[in-house]
Design a protein around this ligand. Structure first.
Ligand SMILES: [Zn+2]
Length: 320
């Protein structure tokens, strides 16, 4: 039975155009392959354990990470294109959000928010789902995607991204579930280890702060999974090697930069501290001085509040 699915995975109906798609993707559109690889990663870590693939943020994030690996920076895409179209390849069946049937124009949907309005997920055939839950079969199908949609020179990079997607998710979960995350255990590859750690820390921190900047409170999350916040270390990793959530805060890009440059900090009572340098220089964004003495945004669970010792270290060593 696996043979049949190998054939289907190898023969997805994708756009082919050598002016549009480079030889890295064998002149084919990679959207469907990236979507299936992203699903495979989520099944591998047990995030998806039942036969229903929701168009979840975690899936979109994996898709975006694969996309960034191969595509030029300025070329963006959305998983909203391939997700419904995979139904035409007999890969899965779409499930409408309500009792109504799916709209006839579902193939022309171009944003995740629109897709989520009409479609609550996709279901594989029982047979295919069984193969995807079996690790050996799953890796065979991953190999089929790599071989048929990507050139030999980038296959190992994409396979490595799959490992990073899986291990960073697990690393993020471990950070949230224990106070002392273990090391990544990827001694043969320093690059992958760093990426797993960074992505895992980011996933955990961004989730804890629900995509909101701890210092200014801004929250912008697009339906395509792009968020304005980054995961900041209070004591930098190079000093502390500390990925505990209590050594992190979700910060928007401006606040992250200002925090790392010592222009913003946090008082012992968790109020925002703003450097005098900002208050006397008119070139700094005006809203920053309005944050003075305001309480920072903290995670719901006090166990994950920024550690006062770490904040004290930042005030003494970075803030000025
Ligand atoms: Zn901010």
């Amino acid at each position: 039975m696996l043979e049949e699915f190998i054939h289907r995975f190898a023969d997805l109906n994708v756009a082919r155009n050598q002016n549009h798609w480079s030889t890295l993707t064998l002149n084919k559109a990679p959207h469907k392959a990236f979507t299936l690889l992203s699903v495979i990663d989520l099944i591998a870590i047990g995030f998806i354990s039942e036969n229903m693939m929701p168009p979840a943020t975690e899936l979109v994030e994996n898709f975006n990470d694969y996309w960034k690996l191969v595509m030029p920076l300025n070329r963006r895409s959305s998983m909203a294109y391939p997700f419904p179209r995979l139904a035409r390849d007999d890969i899965w069946t779409l499930v409408p959000t309500s009792s109504q049937s799916l709209p006839v124009n579902i193939d022309s949907i171009s944003s995740m928010s629109k897709l989520r309005q009409v479609c609550s997920g996709a279901v594989f055939s029982d047979d295919l789902f069984k193969h995807l839950c079996n690790s050996a079969d799953r890796e065979v199908l991953r190999g089929v995607l790599l071989e048929n949609y990507f050139s030999a020179e980038i296959r190992s990079l994409i396979a490595e991204q799959g490992i990073i997607n899986q291990k960073s998710f697990t690393y993020g979960q471990r950070i949230l579930n224990s106070t002392q995350p273990d090391s990544v255990h990827e001694p043969e590859n320093e690059y992958a280890e760093k990426k797993i750690r960074k992505q895992g820390f980011r996933k955990a921190i961004v989730k804890l702060y629900d995509h909101r900047c701890a210092l200014c409170g801004i929250r912008l999350l697009t339906p395509e999974g792009h968020t304005i916040v980054e995961a900041a270390h209070i004591i930098p990793w190079r000093e502390s090697q500390d990925d505990n959530p209590t050594n992190g805060m979700a910060l928007c890009r401006l606040c992250h930069w200002s925090f790392d440059e010592g222009m913003m900090g946090v008082n012992p009572d968790y109020s925002v501290l703003v450097s005098k340098r900002i208050q006397i220089d008119n070139n700094f964004p005006g809203h920053m001085s309005t944050l003075i003495d305001r309480q920072i945004i903290k995670p719901e669970n006090p166990q994950f509040f920024p550690d006062p010792t770490n904040l004290e270290w930042h005030r003494s060593n970075v803030f000025s």
